[in-house]
Write a protein that binds this ligand. Sequence first.
Ligand code: ATP
Ligand code: MG
Length: 425
Amino acid sequence: MTTAPALDTASTAPAEQFPVALVPRINIGIFCDNPQSAQVMQAASADRRMAKAHVNVQMGGIPGATQYYGQEPTPHVVVVESHGDRAKVMAELGQFAEVCGPNTKVIVVGHVNDILLYRELMKNHVSDYIVAPFTSMQIIESVASIYNDPKAAPLGRVMAFVGAKGGVGSSTIAHNVAFATSQKLDVETILTDLDLSFGTAALNFNQDGGGTFYEALMAPDRVDATLLDRLMSKLGNKLSLLNGPGSVDREMNIEAHSVETVLNVVRQAAPMIIVDVPNMWAPWVKYTLMNADEIVITATPELPSLRNAKNLIDLLKVGRPNDRQPRLVLNQVGVPKRPEIPPADFAKALGLEPSAIIPHDPQSFGLAQGNGQMIFEVAPKSKAAELLLGLSEQLVGVVKHAPKAQKFDLAGIMQKLPLLKKKEG
Ligand SMILES: Nc1ncnc2c1ncn2[C@@H]1O[C@H](COP(=O)(O)OP(=O)(O)OP(=O)(O)O)[C@@H](O)[C@H]1O
Ligand SMILES: [Mg+2]
């Protein structure tokens, strides 16, 4: 529980008094219940430490948040204010738990200095309770500390995209997913092109290259958030690119652990890290796949793809016994006159249901490549666009709110509010 001596609406205190860490590229929803607090929150969101975060300040308190997020997914952090006493705050949060996603962190700003309320909130996995009057720096500190806690899970999830063989469309799918997670699903995304010599990420986004993170891979221990910011180029709102050199001038001898070391810094910076892994086999490629949070294998419905996918899946099963299976994307299905393995047989042979079966659509993909655009831009109504958005939703973990009557996510609430469970039981 944190308290402040006086209301500081403009946060005029000099920065050096507050050695507060930076807030990463996350979405934050703030619901105040009076205009003075909203002013302090606005001041917090304008601070340089919050410059990378996307902050949305609204009125309405906890009920306002419940109503708002009944319609759309909760962001990484929700800050809610209440003037209520312990019973009211807990009751309102009980309602909010119905719409709150499992990965959202909740900070409560209250107006009662009540240790019992504080304990109850902590038991219910609320990240912090701040007692008004509060300063904007307290809010920043509270949010930053969620992501700078060494015991906390890292912010970013690394999604490695790899082709079962060359040219199956793995990069195209990775780039479109990165576009969808950032532009359609509103999640700050960093696309990392590990195809160091032949990478196509910059080309596919119509960028003229820019910087490269090759030097970072050569000296991974020197990489920190500041260097990372310098190496990344902006591809769009909420989408950044860590680009390979895209040249054959130098031989790339990458140490097995280098990529992992760099990715560990990258994953502190944004929640979604899409990694385009080249179709090649080297110790660092294996290490990258083994350590990814999720793996997406793209295959075409042909025998070499099937054999390679099977070998890869078997290897990953042994090396990652406690992780979920890789996701399988069957791509370029239905090439005219090509004998193909039917998707059902392909899935059966691998023991893995495809997350998406994307048709061969040379017109849309060809146009996208020619224009340096994504499928969502050149063919938004195509089957491929629909399937790629669906795959992106699976990876982000979008929980679609069911109609009102079925909205009650009992498991989620029980997990969030064990005290209510006890009372009800
Ligand atoms: N479903 C599809 N229908 C038609 N063309 C596609 C489809 N998916 C990808 N392509 C095209 O296939 C080509 C190869 O795609 P891409 O470079 O993404 O494959 P890759 O697996 O990353 O290849 P590499 O092994 O060279 O890295 C591109 O021209 C792309 O536009
Ligand atoms: Mg590729």
